[in-house]
Design a protein around this ligand. Structure first.
Ligand code: 2BA
Length: 146
């Protein structure tokens, strides 16, 4: 059975491990879907945060959400990409972390989400914590056990 020598791993604060806001690809609620699809495609990510002009976290948008939104009965209605806005399509009910949270909370949430947005107490976006970073950190500690 795996047993960590101390609970320090799970009590680690997340802030040292986040990808800072300025390095995170994002779109704004008022952008059209064409712009969002361009950012997603160019960045290579399947989902990215939606932030307002003051960097407040508003939601998350993904390529499947966009495809679903422009899917007509018989064809994909590409012309909708220009008219529809990110705010009409984005998901608003994603869990997120705040700056003082620890790995323990993040670990449980990252089972179902590839990344979590991190905000300060006022909701201002600080960055994201990805599944990759958490797994890398845990893997390091598991390696120390052998
Ligand atoms: P996905 O885009 O589905 O990417 C899944 C995994 O594929 C990523 O896991 C990463 O290991 C790899 N990957 C995808 N695109 C990449 C790229 N352009 N450069 C390097 N590696 C890439 P994680 O690193 O754990 O990221 C989890 C999720 O976090 C990503 O899911 C994406 O939705 C989001 N993400 C990560 N970094 C981001 C950033 N700088 N800006 C916006 N979103 C980001």
């Amino acid at each position: 059975m795996i047993s960590f020598e101390s609970k320090d791993v799970l009590n680690t604060k997340i802030m040292d491990y986040i990808i800072p806001g300025e390095k995170v690809a994002h779109v704004q609620p008022g952008n059209n879907l064409e712009h969002a699809l361009l950012v997603l495609t160019k960045s290579g990510y399947t989902a990215i945060p939606v932030l307002d002009e003051k960097f407040k976290l508003e939601g998350l948008i993904s390529s499947p959400m966009i495809t679903e939104a422009i899917l007509g009965l018989e064809r994909i209605e590409f012309e909708k990409l220009e008219d529809m806005r990110v705010e009409e399509v984005m998901s608003k009910d994603q869990p997120h972390l705040t700056v003082n949270d620890h790995f323990r909370k993040a670990l449980g949430l990252l089972i179902n989400h590839p990344f979590l947005c991190v905000t300060d107490e006022e909701g201002a976006f600080q960055g994201i914590l990805t599944r990759r970073v958490i797994l890398k950190h845990l893997n390091y500690h598991v390696d120390q056990l052998s």
